[in-house]
Write a protein that binds this ligand. Structure first.
Ligand SMILES: [Zn+2]
Length: 134
């Protein structure tokens, strides 16, 4: 009896693909609102704890954007740091993804402020009115 092992790499890619597709829906929506005929650049921010891998996102972007206004666009990814707020002293600190402790007092009773999000930062479009960043 052989074990059938799921292809973990493919499953991970499927995740990035669906993340990318929902991001592109947003991009195309914004582009249409500005009467753009092409999106030349897409800038996103990805939190370290978001579960989205920048490299995989770059890999699936050309596939996901094919046939949309963002086809051929340059994808820029900024990694967003993890930030926590301390429940003891209230200080917000930027921390390592695997060490969510307050940098002021060392307490580990902290709340995640940011770092698990994926944000569409800006896009650059071409329209009848030229090149614009929106
Ligand atoms: Zn603290």
């Amino acid at each position: 009896m052989g074990n059938v092992r799921p292809d973990v790499g493919a499953i991970k890619l499927m995740h990035e693909l669906s993340v990318c597709q929902s991001m592109l829906r947003q991009v195309n929506e914004i582009a249409r609102q500005h009467n753009a005929w092409h999106v030349s650049r897409v800038q996103v921010g990805i939190g370290v704890l978001s579960g989205v891998e920048p490299d995989l996102l770059k890999q699936v972007f050309p596939v996901a954007s094919a046939g949309t206004l963002a086809e051929g666009a340059q994808l820029s990814i900024e990694t967003l740091p993890v930030c926590v707020r301390c429940e003891s002293c209230g200080v917000e600190s930027v921390v390592e993804a695997n060490k969510l402790v307050c940098s002021a007092c060392g307490d580990w009773h902290t709340q995640l402020v940011s770092g698990n999000e994926m944000l569409l930062d800006s896009i650059e479009i071409e329209s009848g009115r030229g090149h614009a960043r929106v």
